[in-house]
Design a protein around this ligand. Structure first.
Ligand SMILES: [Zn+2]
Length: 131
């Protein structure tokens, strides 16, 4: 079967056999995964998300701004500043000049920062991932 949106990659036979052994387990089925392609798809997505997380790291929080290191910009990574606009109750990224960029999204994933933001009545432009 040839699917236009898919590409073929080589996977070690032993690894594939390992997947095939657990594909019918309750744990895997519970995630809605029914075949090896789905399993690999899901595992890769998880890995990509993990790497994406490492792209950013929280530097510091001030009264009016949150500073975040972005390892993907500049030569060695650079720090972006999200200004906390009290009058709008929104964060504004100086790098993207946006209220809803990846940096703002990351800021809203930082538990300690979110606590402070909520206390001050700020609202996330995203579906909240931190309760
Ligand atoms: Zn940004």
């Amino acid at each position: 079967m040839v699917k236009a949106d898919w590409r073929t990659v080589n996977v070690k036979k032993s690894l594939l056999e390992q997947i095939e052994r657990i594909i019918n387990s309750d744990e895997v089925q519970k995630e809605g995964i029914t075949n090896t392609s789905q399993f690999i798809d899901s595992a890769l997505k998880e890995k990509l998300e993990e790497l994406e997380q490492k792209r950013f790291s929280h530097q510091n929080t001030y009264e009016n701004k949150v500073r975040i290191l972005d390892n993907k910009i500049g030569k060695m990574g650079d720090i972006v500043t999200i200004f906390l606009k009290e009058e709008l109750k929104k964060g504004f990224c100086d790098y993207c000049e946006s209220e809803s960029c990846v940096h703002v999204k990351y800021m809203w994933e930082l538990e300690d920062v979110v606590k402070i933001l909520k206390k001050r009545g700020f609202q996330s432009p995203y579906v909240e991932s931190v309760k």
